[in-house]
Design a protein around this ligand. Structure first.
Ligand SMILES: NC(=O)c1ccc[n+]([C@@H]2O[C@H](COP(=O)([O-])OP(=O)(O)OC[C@H]3O[C@@H](n4cnc5c(N)ncnc54)[C@H](OP(=O)(O)O)[C@@H]3O)[C@@H](O)[C@H]2O)c1
Length: 284
């Protein structure tokens, strides 16, 4: 991947860091995002030393804050005039209901809205690539969601559940993938969604209640390594075999069917409109 620039959100930990190391080994210039400067610096040093590639740097962003996303987008636009691969990998799992600084439920606000905004803001630089690829980390967890209630994004009427909300955010990652793929068809940019597998990371230990943490820790020995979890993202970012393939859901480097409602074009369009409404800006 010599000469290619790859931006990976949440590249300081877990699957994102493993993806960054693998793509750095393939010769790409890597820009990771992180919400903490010390974590970013440590990850950049590790990615450089493990891959032997010095072209690794970072941009700070808290994806739960639209102000932070806008600042990071400006930085990325200057730093990377051409973005060949964007991997929207960052994600959080949160057991208890939280609203972000913009007043939006945290998992939806971070996992979907943060990436929706970032991607749209840096789209000109992605278009500059000519043949760019966008990869959105979703999850098999999307399958528990079968509908979206646009009038109750913050769970003011319906009961909140950590898993329910996580599943909704990962369902939205697929709808966003499909709508963006359609909108970018004419630009030669492909957009795909990934389920990485059940991967041994700390995602369900950071903001989870004790029984979720316990369950996650008990299940960890059965999960795959971050290197294996990164394989589908790496395949989509670098393989010539997937050139021109867009709008699909992938696991184990193969195309799979996501659930039926996540394939609904009307729902995907409505999510796009709701996301624009929540941000207060139109895109594309
Ligand atoms: N692990 C699994 O089994 C699994 C399964 C299916 C899908 N996924 C998806 O895979 C992706 C990577 O997850 P992972 O398992 O590698 O988890 P992880 O190790 O916790 O890494 C998640 C990354 O996202 C970042 N992040 C979280 N909240 C953020 C925010 N508000 N702003 C900016 N960055 C933020 C984290 O930053 P910090 O280091 O600062 O927390 C970290 O860099 C996620 O999208 C997840 O939903 C994971």
């Amino acid at each position: 991947m010599k000469g290619k620039t790859v931006v990976i959100t949440g590249g300081n930990a877990g699957i994102g860091k493993a993806t960054a190391i693998a793509l750095a080994k393939k010769g790409a210039e890597i820009v990771i995002t992180s919400r903490s400067e010390s974590n970013a610096k440590a990850a950049v040093a590790e990615i450089k030393s493990t891959s032997g590639n010095p072209a690794v740097s970072y941009v700070l962003v808290d994806l739960s804050s639209q102000k932070s996303v806008r600042k990071a987008a400006e930085e990325l636009k200057t730093k990377c005039p051409q973005i060949d691969v964007l991997i929207n990998n960052a994600g959080c799992y949160i057991s208890d209901l939280q609203l972000n600084v913009d007043g939006i439920e945290m998992q939806f606000g971070t996992n979907h809205i943060g990436h929706f905004l970032l991607t749209n803001l840096i789209l000109d630089n992605i278009k500059a690539s000519g043949k760019a690829r966008i990869i959105n980390l979703s999850s098999i967890a999307h399958k528990s969601t079968r509908a979206l209630n646009f009038d109750d994004i913050n769970y003011q009427k319906e009961d909140y559940g950590g898993w329910k909300s996580y599943s909704r955010s990962k369902f939205c990652n697929i709808l966003f993938t499909k709508e963006l793929a359609l909108r970018l068809e004419k630009d030669g940019i492909t957009v795909n969604a990934v389920h990485p597998g059940g991967v041994r990371t700390e995602i369900a230990e950071k903001n989870a209640n004790w029984f979720t943490k316990l369950g996650w820790i008990v299940m960890k020995p059965l999960m795959i390594t971050v290197e294996k979890g990164a394989a589908t993202s790496i395949h989509l970012a670098s393989s010539p075999q997937v050139e021109g393939i867009s709008g699909h859901y992938w696991a184990m480097s193969k195309q799979y069917w996501s659930n039926k409602p996540s394939q609904d074009p009307e729902l995907a369009k409505n999510l796009w409109l709701k996301s624009e409404e929540l941000i207060g800006q139109k895109f594309l």
